[in-house]
Design a binder for this molecule. Structure first.
Ligand SMILES: Cc1cc2nc3c(=O)[nH]c(=O)nc-3n(C[C@H](O)[C@H](O)[C@H](O)COP(=O)(O)OP(=O)(O)OC[C@H]3O[C@@H](n4cnc5c(N)ncnc54)[C@H](O)[C@@H]3O)c2cc1C
Length: 341
């Protein structure tokens, strides 16, 4: 049997593509991804599984936790006939997201786009043939990989990798915060946080910012930003909430503690495109290149891409979900044009 649509990835983009494809009677099959540590945790459900409050996704006036929202996405996709690639070939009961069924989900290990139908390889000896593929594998925020950083990020303890997403939360207001990084996006995140924080420390391991001149000037001129040069974070302190970070001087190895109420990583993102094995055109940073700004078509006919795996600019759940919708509609039209309905 050849699948009409295989969707790879189970974040907002993947599940939204699945909802649209399933409601169009295309019975999509989703490779949701197995939980793994690379070095930070990557879970089915995507980046929002690593956060607590989501306050900017429309439709949730009181906010919602990331894992709960992604469980809703998954349940909605399955309700309309989405199937999920699992160890035992059975669709799981997704009504109880805490029962561990996600550990049966499969990674896509590679794909073969050299001829149609395409081949999608799961774990073990699983091979699925597909007329169309939607890639929604996201981009993982880079973390330091410290155990306490990960613990406090997952428990809502004031550690995050997205200032635009979390900066406005009450726990960060009028408090001293720290941003790790020295590039353009670190300056952007630090500047954004000054709207809420009493002070923002930028922790940078070198003696000069990597950011462009104009961005570096913006940080250095901002009275609320102080750059701590030649410093790396070696531990995050605090039980329920972050209380301080331990810093190490890269020249002297001397350690010190800096009390902060929040820590934000701004050390880049890694798009999950390695498994494509160079078969799709990527940009210089490894994100999938779209053929047309308003479409989700890629360099290979019949392969579509959506969400953070193509988007190094906006990186929000709502933009990823919007692109997932577009990818399903694009794939549906493409299948119809090829007589597959
Ligand atoms: C700490 C943090 C807090 C955030 N808070 C917010 C917020 O409050 N509001 C907001 O709008 N945005 C927030 N974001 C951003 C938001 O999470 C992302 O923009 C969004 O999740 C992107 O969705 P996506 O579907 O493109 O990718 P992702 O959510 O990254 O999902 C990708 C999926 O692909 C799977 N995958 C990867 N490789 C494979 C493979 N080879 N085979 C199978 N599956 C694979 C992964 O397991 C994952 O399920 C936050 C991000 C972070 C890091």
């Amino acid at each position: 049997m050849v699948e009409k649509i295989v969707i790879i990835g189970s974040g907002p983009a993947g599940w939204t593509a699945a909802i649209y494809a399933a409601r169009a009677n295309l019975q999509p099959l989703v490779f949701a991804g197995r939980p793994k540590q690379v070095p930070a945790l990557v879970l089915p459900g995507g980046q929002l599984m690593l956060t607590t409050e989501v306050e900017n996704y429309p439709g949730f006036p009181e906010g919602v936790t990331g894992p709960k929202m992604m469980a809703f996405f998954e349940q909605q996709a399955v309700r309309f006939g989405t199937r999920i690639q699992t160890d035992d070939g059975q669709n799981p009961d997704v009504s109880n997201p805490d029962d561990g069924h996600a550990y049966k989900y499969h990674d896509c290990t590679r794909i073969d786009l050299s001829s149609r139908p395409f081949k999608v390889y799961g774990e073990g000896d699983q091979v699925v043939e597909a007329h169309a593929i939607i890639i929604a594998t996201g981009a993982t925020a880079n973390w330091l990989g410290l155990p306490n950083e990960q613990r406090l990020a997952r428990s809502g303890g004031g550690v995050s990798a997205c200032a635009v997403c979390d900066g406005a939360l009450p726990i960060f207001r009028n408090r001293e915060l720290a941003v790790v990084g020295g590039g353009d996006s670190a300056v952007e995140e630090a500047t954004y946080l000054t709207k809420f924080a009493s002070k923002v420390y930028m922790i940078h391991r070198r003696d000069q910012l990597r950011a462009s001149k104009i961005m570096a000037k913006r940080a250095l001129d901002n009275p609320k930003i102080e750059v701590l040069w030649n410093q790396v974070v070696v531990d995050v302190l605090g039980d329920q909430k972050i209380s301080a970070i331990r810093l190490k001087d890269t020249r002297t190895n001397a350690e010190s503690e800096l009390p902060v109420a929040g820590l934000f990583m701004a050390i880049g993102h890694t798009p999950a495109t390695a498994f494509l094995g160079g078969q799709l055109e990527l940009d210089a940073k490894g994100y999938i290149k779209l053929k047309d700004t308003y479409r989700t078509t890629t360099s290979v006919d019949g392969v579509f891409a959506a969400g953070d795996v193509v988007d190094s600019v906006y990186r929000q759940a709502v933009t990823a979900a919007g692109m997932g919708c577009k990818a399903a509609l694009d794939a549906e039209r493409w299948l119809a044009e090829h007589g597959i309905e």
